[in-house]
Write a protein that binds this ligand. Structure first.
Ligand SMILES: Cc1ncc(C[n+]2csc(CCOP(=O)(O)OP(=O)(O)O)c2C)c(N)n1
Ligand SMILES: [Mg+2]
Length: 680
């Protein structure tokens, strides 16, 4: 036999060789704590017959160092306001957070919950979800969202520290992010923002395992990620993600940095699995009984499924109590703090007393003066009343401040030099803005509102969806809401966006018709503590259509704005800028002896909540005509099978707004003709 043909042991991958070397290192008590996370992740995924074991197995060491030596946290009160925030951006690795919550002694994450990982009504859902357990700071899973949300949390911390002082607000934000998180464009926006604002108390531990679902990340990525973050203004480090002391040194340096820090933790995905470690095979499927047993054997882990040896459990429970003393001293400081009541009110999400006094005054004035203004200007007027009255309101715009009218004169910008500012120049980063706003709301103590064009809601949609899912009070001011914006043309004219937003569950979409409805929409959005709102606002001037301001009529979503003079032959139902058209059509039809009513329908979601009697009373039994400068999709809900829709059929065009309304047939004449064809 020729020498090079001699049988040899099967070739092992560099990852498996590296794993062998790591496993040969002395097993410290802290390594065994990390192994407890690994074992529980293996068991949870095996029991569920689905899930993602690889990430928790790879990041268990770094996470253990973070949780046991750095995270300011007390399992006895996971919502303590000055706790550090921990975000598992790589939400697919959810067993990591569940294992930690379980091991560190949190209520509500017992072994039964772990056994029911990914089952109906288990708080240990497939991906971490806000509301399922108080230790979960944000819902993650859509890659890139977690890290970007964390940027907003870190901004919130800085702002509230400026408002209430360091003795009440002084905590850090920690993130575990995966390759996918850093590949997603949203994280590029958010990381750039974090660098710009110098968020030194933000630290990202990157699970640099070189693996994503399709295999080695080299198949799709070749940039120098650390150089990229350094260019954003971050401090960057690289460590062996299985070396506890190296990780601790890097985390320690991060706590001293004035810049946000990215730590590339070089890890082996699925660490300890003898065959699957270092491969995409451990990313998103159970290891299988054989490989699972072999992985535990490689670790020297002898406990049965879901069992944790007493000494390890005790160490973890001690870690869960680490922040107890710090929390108690904080509570003492709070008790004596002159701003205590205000701090508690803001963090509880309660509005100040008489928060709506100024806006009520403004509405009374507007009803008397009937200004013909764009609803984006009406929104600015509402904000002039709300922003001084509600200190939690933090505004912003994605570089369209003068168009969105979201700033109030005299309100300073939030900046690295002045975190006490209340207006954020987000730059042209709509997606990062929306995610960071979610983080601000989740942090507590802030009611964020944004500004951009309605057409660019597409750039924010994944974060708007998460705000709705997480039931967060976030307000998006989306101006230039139809062909009414005119000359900028079809790229800028939303046609499908109202439908696309209305279909998101738990999102309130307001399209107010005039100055009063805009003020009402703002009142409702600010008051709404359990979900996001969108205000779709016109660029063009709109006449005041409301003659009353006592009751907030937008609160019912829709109402009869102008009743027919006799028995209704038709009901004209419109939103926003088309209410004016409906009123003009009504006048012409009444003139022609055809009594019709006009219904304003500024918020479909609130209207849908009303009882059927109200629906019938408002919508009537006569012919229903929907008028909206957008696509018809969704309108059959209100118009029924026999209704008529007057609106857009496709994309808009570039021309002055009045020409476009005529060109696309969204006019009072068109409404009159359509009604006459049907009722005569
Ligand atoms: C926005 C988004 N796109 C796609 C996915 C599906 N997905 C889940 S994990 C993943 C990538 C896995 O690679 P990595 O982020 O490196 O995680 P690892 O496998 O290392 O744990 C993908 C594409 C997702 N969750 N979110
Ligand atoms: Mg990876």
């Amino acid at each position: 036999m020729e020498p090079d043909k001699q049988p040899s042991t099967p070739e092992r991958s560099p990852a498996l060789l590296a794993q062998e070397a790591i496993l040969a290192r002395p097993v410290t008590p802290e390594r065994r704590m990390a192994d407890a996370i690994r074992a529980l992740a293996i068991d949870g995924v095996e029991a569920a017959k689905s899930g993602h074991p690889g990430m928790p197995m790879g990041m268990a060491d770094a996470a253990t160092v973070l949780f046991t030596r750095f995270l300011k946290h007390d399992a006895a009160d996971p919502r303590w306001p000055d706790r550090d925030r921990f975000v598992l951006s790589a939400g697919h690795g959810s067993m990591l957070i569940y294992a930690w919550l379980h091991l560190s002694g949190h209520a509500g994450m017992g072994v039964e919950e772990l056994r029911r990982f990914r089952q109906l009504h288990s708080p240990a859902a497939g991906h971490p979800e806000v509301g399922e357990h108080p230790g979960i700071e944000t819902t993650t899973g859509p890659l890139g969202q977690g890290i970007s949300t964390a940027v907003g949390m870190a901004m919130a911390e800085r702002h509230l520290a400026a408002r209430f002082g360091k003795s009440l607000v002084d905590h850090r934000t920690w993130v575990i992010a995966s390759d996918g998180d850093l590949q997603e464009g949203i994280s590029h926006e958010a990381a750039s923002l974090a660098g710009h604002f110098g968020l030194g108390k933000l630290t990202v531990l990157w699970d640099d395992n070189h693996i994503s679902i399709d295999g080695d990340t080299a198949i799709s990525v070749s940039e120098d990620t650390l150089a990229r973050f350094r260019a954003y203004g971050w401090a960057v480090r690289r460590v062996d993600g299985h070396d506890h002391e190296a990780i601790a040194a890097a985390l320690n340096a991060a706590t001293k940095s004035r810049k946000p820090t990215l730590i590339a933790c070089r890890t082996i995905i699925g660490f300890s699995a003898p065959k699957k470690a270092g491969t995409a095979g451990s990313h998103g499927a159970p290891l299988g009984p054989e490989e699972a047993a072999a992985a535990k054997a490689a670790l020297g882990w002898e406990a049965g499924p879901f069992e944790v040896p007493d000494d390890i459990r005790e160490s973890w429970e001690a870690a869960g109590k680490r922040g107890g003393g710090t929390r108690r001293s904080w509570l003492k400081r709070l008790a004596k703090h002159p701003q205590r009541a205000e701090f508690e009110r803001a963090m509880a999400g309660k509005l100040p007393e008489r928060w709506d006094a100024a806006i009520a005054e403004w509405k009374a004035k507007a009803v008397a003066e009937k200004p013909k203004i764009a609803t984006r200007i009406a929104s600015q007027k509402a904000l002039e009343a709300l922003v001084p009255a509600v200190p939690e309101l933090i505004g912003g715009s994605a570089d369209l401040t003068g168009s969105n009218n979201t700033n109030v004169k005299g309100v300073p910008a939030l900046s690295a030099e002045n975190f006490g500012g209340r207006f954020v120049h987000w730059g042209i980063r709509e997606h990062g803005m929306a995610a960071a706003m979610n983080g601000m709301a989740l942090h507590g103590g802030i009611i964020p509102y944004s500004g951009t064009f309605l057409v660019f809601s597409d750039y924010m949609r994944p974060s708007i969806r998460l705000a709705a899912l997480m039931r967060q009070r976030v307000v998006h001011v989306l101006t230039h809401d139809s062909i009414g914006l005119g000359e900028d043309g079809p790229t800028h004219q939303p046609v499908e966006h109202l439908a696309a937003l209305r279909v998101i569950p738990n999102l309130h979409v307001f399209r107010p018709a005039d100055v009063i409805e805009t003020a009402e929409a703002w009142e409702l959005a600010v008051k709404r503590a359990d979900g996001p709102s969108v205000l779709a606002l016109s660029r063009q001037n709109l006449p005041a259509v409301r003659t009353d301001a006592g009751e907030n009529r937008t609160a019912r979503g829709g109402y009869v704005l102008s009743e027919a003079s006799g028995e209704r032959r038709a009901t004209l139902i419109a939103t926003g800028s088309e209410v004016e058209i409906a009123l003009a059509a009504q006048a012409a039809l009444e003139e022609a002896g055809i009594p019709v009513a006009v219904v304003s329908l500024p918020c479909w979601e609130l209207f849908a909540l009303q009882d059927p009697t109200y629906h019938d009373a408002v919508l009537g039994s006569a012919l229903r005509v929907g008028i909206e400068a957008a696509l018809e999709f969704g309108w059959s809900r209100w118009l029924g099978p026999d209704g008529i829709f007057i609106g857009m059929q496709g994309f808009g065009a570039s021309a002055p707004a009045s020409d476009l309304y005529k060109h696309f047939g969204i006019t009072a004449d068109a409404v009159v003709a359509a009604v006459k064809r049907r009722v005569n």
